[in-house]
Design a protein around this ligand. Structure first.
Ligand code: GAF
Length: 394
């Protein structure tokens, strides 16, 4: 049987430090069913948590030092350079170590200055657009908060999960330098088993909507194209800046304020280069609202066309897809998927497909064959089931 990430992190902590950790916290990766590039436009998103998790086994330290080790599948331990929490400055920590260090930096605003020994282990595929970096940040955030005497969501004087999501976002935006929105942190912290999370990013209102594809003979197939992606290089930030420019030209706080009915009028006021961005955001918000209605009705097959329309919009208007994602989507559709789209920020990473369970093997084989015909690495595929959000395991 597969070892739980939390158990693995605890064992590895004991190996490295010669004692058991004070606790182990873990957080999942996510897929976003629909609602892409809407979060930083104050719009709607609809993610669910994956069963894949990253766990942080941790104990407090008296000397204010943050020491982080990740242990890979191969058992190899990678040590980040030790840092003094009090000395952390944005841009001061390179590579993956910036993610846990950024969380410690952001938590200083909560009055937490203590150090910790942290050992990370887990099974969220990295570089797959499934939010492994957010899983890492959220697990570390919960660990440091509890070690510092402010466990998340524990009543007065402690931060709610939504506040933790904002702290994690600040660490990512201001410390790591990736201008991301709130989708991934909120998904990792707030999703629940067997539900998708319908989040209105502007109001912060969140609703857990039941989602059981298997009850309708369907599944959500994840296709990790293994084409790498990053949100700290220019493409993501350029889209975000374009949306902000369009909102300013339209005199609204965010593109959320442009309605489907007012879309044509808004487009007519904008320079040509910004129109496709606005069209994507406005139509994508509409698709999320429609998808929630479909989920409530139980007619899950009707999600299919919404997913595919979302992909077309991301590919042609928002221009954040890539050849690997397009081939994954097109071949899944050609072999019987009811709908398919890229998920996450794009430029690589993963696609999802809504697949009748009996077609699973055929869709996987056809997607693999399409990749082989292009001479690309075989994609990784798995069926995603909505799973619990972050929390303390041990
Ligand atoms: C990435 C970002 F981190 C999210 O905030 C979101 O913008 C997403 O891309 C696109 O929907 O995952």
């Amino acid at each position: 049987m597969r070892q739980r990430p939390a158990d693995k992190a605890a064992v590895e902590f004991e190996k490295l430090h010669g004692r058991a950790p004070a606790g182990v916290w873990s957080a999942p990766g996510r897929v976003n069913l629909i609602g892409e590039h809407t979060d930083y436009n104050d719009g709607f998103v609809l993610p669910f948590a994956l069963p894949h998790r990253l766990a942080a086994a941790a104990s407090p330290r008296e000397d204010g030092v943050l020491s982080v080790v990740t242990v890979g599948d191969d058992g190899e331990a990678r040590h980040a350079e030790d840092v003094l929490v009090a000395d952390l400055e944005p841009g001061g920590v390179p590579g993956w170590a910036a993610y846990p260090a950024g969380v410690a930096w952001a938590l200083r605003s909560e009055g937490l200055k203590g150090g910790a020994d942290v050992v990370i282990a887990g099974d969220v595929p990295s570089g797959a657009g499934l939010s492994s970096s957010h899983a890492l940040e959220c697990a570390v955030a919960l660990a440091l908060l509890e070690l510092g005497g402010k466990p998340a969501n524990s009543g007065p004087g402690t931060p709610s999960l939504a506040q933790v999501a904002r702290l994690v976002q600040r660490s990512e935006n201001d410390f790591v330098g990736a201008p991301t929105g709130l989708l991934d942190q909120t998904a990792s912290l707030c999703c629940t088993d067997a539900h998708v999370l319908f989040l209105d990013v502007r109001s912060g209102e969140a609703e857990q909507v039941p989602f059981d594809a298997s009850a309708r003979g369907l599944e959500v197939l994840v296709i990790d194209t293994r084409a790498s992606h990053s949100h700290s290089d220019g493409g993501y930030g350029a889209r975000r800046a374009g949306c902000e420019e369009a909102a300013a030209l339209l005199g609204v706080d965010a593109l959320r304020d442009v309605t489907a009915e007012g879309l044509d009028e808004a487009l007519a006021k904008l320079p040509e280069n910004l129109r496709p961005l606005v069209r994507h955001v406005v139509t994508e918000n509409e698709r999320v609202l429609r998808a929630v209605e479909v989920l409530r009705s139980g007619e899950l097959a009707e999600l299919g066309p919404l997913l595919t329309a979302s992909h077309v919009s991301l590919r042609d208007d928002y221009r954040v897809s890539c050849p690997e994602l397009d081939v994954a989507v097109d071949s899944a559709l050609a072999s019987g998927a009811l709908g398919s789209r890229m998920t996450g920020g794009g430029f690589g990473g993963s696609a999802i497909a809504l697949v009748p369970v009996e077609l699973h093997d055929k869709v996987v084989a056809d997607v693999e064959a399409a990749f082989a015909a292009k001479g690309w690495t075989t994609p990784r595929t798995f069926t995603a089931v909505p799973s619990p959000g972050a929390g303390r395991d041990i």
